[in-house]
Write a protein that binds this ligand. Structure first.
Ligand code: PHE
Length: 442
C-alpha cells in the first residue's frame, strides 16, 4: 500500500492522522519576509539586531521552519498535555514533525552548538488562530539569548562578570516601572538547585537593561515617525515608559513580560526570563547560565510604521512595498484608499454528541474547534477576508443541539471585490464547512 507523503523543500515527510498542513499554509515557507530587503518586518529585525552586536551575538536568520515535536516542545520542558501541542493550535506535518510555533524551537540546538556567548534568531513561525487585523497564521519572531560559562569566568564569580558586562551596556533615559522582586517563591521562582540569588539578580538586571535598550531604539524611532506623519504632537510627547510584569514560560524562571506605554495604552511587547537550567543541561552545556527573550516582529512593525492590518505585510502591491526603506529614520505608512467591506453570515448546527457516539463523526459539540472554521475561511478566501467573528451561539432547548453563527468580513486591501466573487467564496466556505467539519447548515 502507498504511504501518503508530503514533499517539502526536497524532503519527504510521511503523512499520518496528525497531518493538518494544507498547500496554502505551506506556500508561505519561501516568503521569509524578515529577509526581504526594505520590508518593514526586515527593517524591524535590523533595528532590534543592532542592540545585539556580533561577535558576542551570532544572528541566525535562515533556520528551516520544519522542526520536530521534540525541538518545538519537549526540549523546552512543555508538559505532555500543554494546550499548545494540540492539533487545533499547531500545524503538524505528521505526529513527530511540526511547523515551528516559536523561534525557541531552535534554542537547544544552538546551545548545543555553543558557537558564541549569545545569539538572535529571526524566523517565520506558524500558529492556527483567529482571523482579524492583528492575527495571521504565519508571523515572524525574534528570539535572543545570552549565556555565561561558569568555567570561563575568572575565579568562577559569574555574577560579578555579568555585572561588569552590565556596566558596559549603553545608558538610556526610560521611565521604568518594576514593582515586583526579581524572584517570588510561588509566582516566579528562583531555580534554587541551580542558581544563587546573586546570579539571578545579575542575569535579570542584564536582561532588563538589554531589552529596555531595544525599546528605546524602537520607540524613539516610532515617536519620530508618528510626529512626522502628524499622528502625534511633538510638544505633547510623553517620555517613553515601560513596565515589567511577572510571566510564565515552561523554559524560563523567573520570567517576565515587558510592556510599553504607546499612545495611551499598555502594550505587551515581549516575553523573557532566566533560561531553565534543565534546557542547558540537556543541551550538554551545564556550566552555562543566562537569559532569553522572544518578540513578535509584526506586532512591533505595526506600531513602528502605523500599519493597520497584518495582511498588508504579505502584500506584493508596490503601493505598500515601495513605501519603506532601510535607514536611520522610519516613516509611517500612508494607507491607500479603503475598499468596501462585505459581511456574510454562515449559521450551522453542530452534530450533537449523542448522535455521533461511536459513529466516528469528526465534528461534534465536543471536538469542534473554532480554529478549524478559521482555517477553512483562510483556505478559501486567503487575504480577501479581514476578520471572522462568532455573532450568535445557542443550544436548542429540546434537541440540545448547538448552533453557531459566524460573520465573515470579505474585504480586499487592494481593490473592490465583485459581488459574484464574494458569493462564490462564501458558497465555497459553506460547502467546506459541511465536508470537512460535518456540520449541518441552517
Ligand atoms: N517563545 C516564547 C513565545 O513564543 C517567547 C519567549 C522566548 C519567552 C524566550 C521566553 C524566552 O511566546
Amino acid at each position: 500500500p502507498r504511504i501518503p507523503a508530503l514533499e517539502i523543500d526536497g524532503k519527504s515527510y510521511t503523512e499520518d492522522g496528525w497531518t493538518n498542513v494544507s498547500p496554502s499554509i505551506l506556500s508561505y515557507l519561501p516568503r521569509k519576509l524578515h529577509l526581504q530587503p526594505s520590508h518593514p518586518v526586515s527593517i524591524t529585525r535590523q533595528v532590534i539586531e543592532s542592540n545585539f552586536p556580533s561577535p558576542t551575538y551570532t544572528h541566525y536568520n535562515d533556520l528551516h521552519p520544519i522542526v520536530t515535536v521534540a525541538e518545538n516542545f519537549d526540549s523546552l520542558g512543555f508538559p505532555k498535555d500543554h494546550p499548545g501541542r494540540s492539533r487545533t493550535d499547531t500545524y503538524y506535518i505528521n505526529r513527530d514533525t511540526v511547523l515551528r510555533t516559536h523561534t525557541s524551537a531552535h534554542e537547544a540546538q544552538i546551545f548545543r552548538d555553543n558557537k558564541s556567548e549569545g545569539y538572535t534568531i529571526s524566523a517565520d513561525v506558524y500558529r492556527r488562530d483567529a482571523i482579524d487585523r492583528s492575527h495571521y497564521p504565519v508571523f515572524h519572531q525574534m528570539e535572543g539569548a545570552r549565556m555565561w560559562d561558569r568555567r570561563k569566568v575568572p575565579g568562577g564569580d559569574v555574577a560579578r562578570a555579568i555585572w561588569t558586562d552590565f556596566e558596559r551596556l549603553p545608558k538610556h533615559g526610560l521611565s521604568i516601572e518594576d514593582a515586583n522582586p526579581t524572584t517570588h517563591p510561588e509566582r516566579n521562582p528562583l531555580q534554587a538547585e541551580h542558581h544563587s540569588p546573586g546570579e539571578v539578580e545579575a542575569i535579570a538586571a542584564h536582561l532588563k537593561k538589554s531589552l529596555e535598550g531595544v525599546v528605546v531604539g524602537l520607540f524613539s524611532r516610532a515617536q519620530k515617525a508618528a510626529v512626522a506623519a502628524g499622528h502625534a504632537d511633538a510638544a505633547a510627547l510623553e517620555p517613553l515608559k515601560v513596565r515589567w510584569i511577572e510571566a510564565y514560560f515552561p523554559f524560563t524562571s523567573p520570567s517576565w513580560e515587558l510592556e510599553v506605554l504607546w499612545q495611551g495604552d499598555w502594550l505587551e511587547l515581549l516575553g523573557c526570563g532566566v533560561t531553565k537550567q534543565d534546557v542547558l543541561i540537556n543541551a550538554g552545556v551545564p556550566d552555562q547560565i543566562g537569559w532569553a527573550f522572544g518578540v513578535g516582529l509584526e506586532r512591533v512593525a505595526m506600531l513602528l510604521f502605523s500599519i493597520p492590518d497584518i495582511r498588508l505585510f504579505w502584500s506584493k502591491d508596490p503601493r505598500f512595498l515601495d513605501q519603506f526603506s532601510v535607514g536611520e529614520n522610519i516613516n509611517a505608512f500612508v494607507p491607500f484608499s479603503k475598499y468596501p467591506e462585505c459581511y456574510k453570515d454562515v449559521s450551522f448546527w453542530l452534530r450533537s454528541s449523542s448522535s455521533s457516539a461511536g459513529g466516528g463523526m469528526r465534528s461534534n459539540a465536543q471536538d469542534f474547534h473554532e480554529n478549524d472554521v478559521m482555517e477553512i475561511v483562510r483556505d478559501v478566501g486567503s487575504d480577501l477576508v479581514e476578520d471572522v467573528r462568532l455573532v450568535d451561539d445557542f443550544v436548542h432547548p429540546v434537541s440540545r443541539r448547538k448552533s453557531l453563527c459566524y460573520r465573515i468580513n470579505y474585504r480586499s486591501l487592494e481593490r473592490t471585490l465583485r459581488n459574484e466573487e464574494v458569493n462564490q467564496m462564501h458558497e465555497s466556505v459553506r460547502k467546506h464547512l459541511v465536508e470537512r467539519l460535518g456540520v449541518e447548515l441552517r
